[in-house]
Design a protein around this ligand. Structure first.
Ligand code: SF4
Length: 343
């Protein structure tokens, strides 16, 4: 396997309020995150809203500065570029390789631009081609995402939500990227349209040898597309595992809780799913001492309220969890769930 992207000890702190003589309040959105993304894989980052997954995506593409830590892009074997130290100009060439797809195509697409110009814009910004070549490239990219050539003169409002997301994907794809970060890319779509867009992303991955970071709050969607899952809670990584392993035997109680909340319509296939998520996410500015999840964890003990568990490999496998009792807890999986979500 070849590493395409690596993140080392990344933290992001926002400071709210404050004044001349009064310090602001610090909100730690990301706490010492390290990860690697291998070329050709789909790594999903999951967690409830506010867990830091979108902030992490934005820090990776440098849409937001990091407070601490480093992000490296590995364009080829043996080459390692530290994105976090590059200025706006120096990072521009690498922005071709790492593209982002956003949740809400209606707000990420300029409503006053025609589809042709929306997809041509990245080519023009990066001065890749012009004239006939640009036209051919735009039309061919739109064709790959299922938007016909005769639609290029239309505006975003003339398309359905699913078609608009396809245009967003074309904008990312037209630069021939290596890594695509999809931030809740199907969350705003109906379930049937979600399946179409996920299939499209999967096809494109194979055709163009893409690598994805797929940010989502929905484990059903994640199971459909991801090779590996990273679960985040309150700005911490609490578990990482190959997708199958996570669904079969989660090692962190938060992962178990997310799996229990998976919506499964067919009662014969349920393994205790459809439950509500327990408790409230603590305010970021008032994070619990010890294990960040202890205020919602049904297995919490005194040790959990005093000592923060480290993220570590479990029983020598590729699964890692940050729970004091990860090796011994018998947590419930939900392996039957996924197919049903998109049936
Ligand atoms: Fe729950 Fe304790 Fe494990 Fe945290 S360390 S997840 S509180 S059992």
């Amino acid at each position: 396997m070849t590493t395409l992207l690596s993140v080392e000890h990344l933290s992001k702190v926002f400071t709210l309020g404050g004044g001349l003589f009064k310090p602001g309040r610090e909100l730690v959105a990301l706490n010492d995150i390290s990860l690697t993304v291998e070329a050709g894989e789909t790594l999903a980052i999951v967690g409830e809203s506010g867990c830091g997954k979108t902030t992490l995506g934005r820090c990776i593409i440098k849409a937001q500065p990091v407070s601490e830590g480093k992000v490296f892009y590995h364009p080829k074997d043996g080459q390692k570029v530290e994105l976090t130290e590059l200025d706006k100009r120096a990072i521009k060439p690498w922005r071709r390789d790492i593209r982002m797809i956003f949740q809400d195509p209606m707000s990420s697409l300029n409503p006053n631009m025609r589809v042709f110009d929306l997809v041509a814009e990245p080519l023009r910004v990066h001065r890749i081609c012009k004239g006939r070549e640009l036209e051919d490239r735009v039309i061919s990219t739109l064709g790959k995402v299922g938007i016909p050539a005769d639609a290029i003169g239309r505006y975003p409002h003339a398309f359905s939500g699913g078609q608009r997301q396809r245009i967003g994907i074309a904008r990312a794809l037209v630069l021939d990227p290596k890594l695509v970060i999809a931030d809740e890319a199907v969350s705003a779509l109906d379930v049937s349209i979600q399946a179409q867009v996920l299939n499209l992303l999967d096809d494109l991955k194979r055709e163009f040898g893409l690598t994805y970071i797929f940010i989502s709050h929905d484990l059903g969607v994640v199971n459909y597309i991801a090779d590996r899952v990273m679960v985040m809670y309150l700005g911490h990584v609490v578990e990482t595992a190959p997708t199958e392993q996570l669904f079969e035997r989660p090692r962190h109680p938060y992962s178990e809780m997310l799996l229990e909340a998976l919506p499964i319509a067919d009662p014969t296939r349920r393994k205790g799913q459809n439950k509500e998520l327990r408790g409230e996410i603590p305010y970021l500015g008032n994070r619990p001492i010890g294990c960040p999840f202890h205020t919602r964890c049904r297995y919490a003990q005194d040790k959990c309220r005093a000592e923060k568990p480290a993220l570590r490999p479990i029983n020598g496998t590729a699964q890692m969890a940050a729970c004091h009792f990860a090796e011994t807890l018998e947590l419930k999986g939900a392996y039957e769930a996924p197919q049903k979500v998109f049936a």
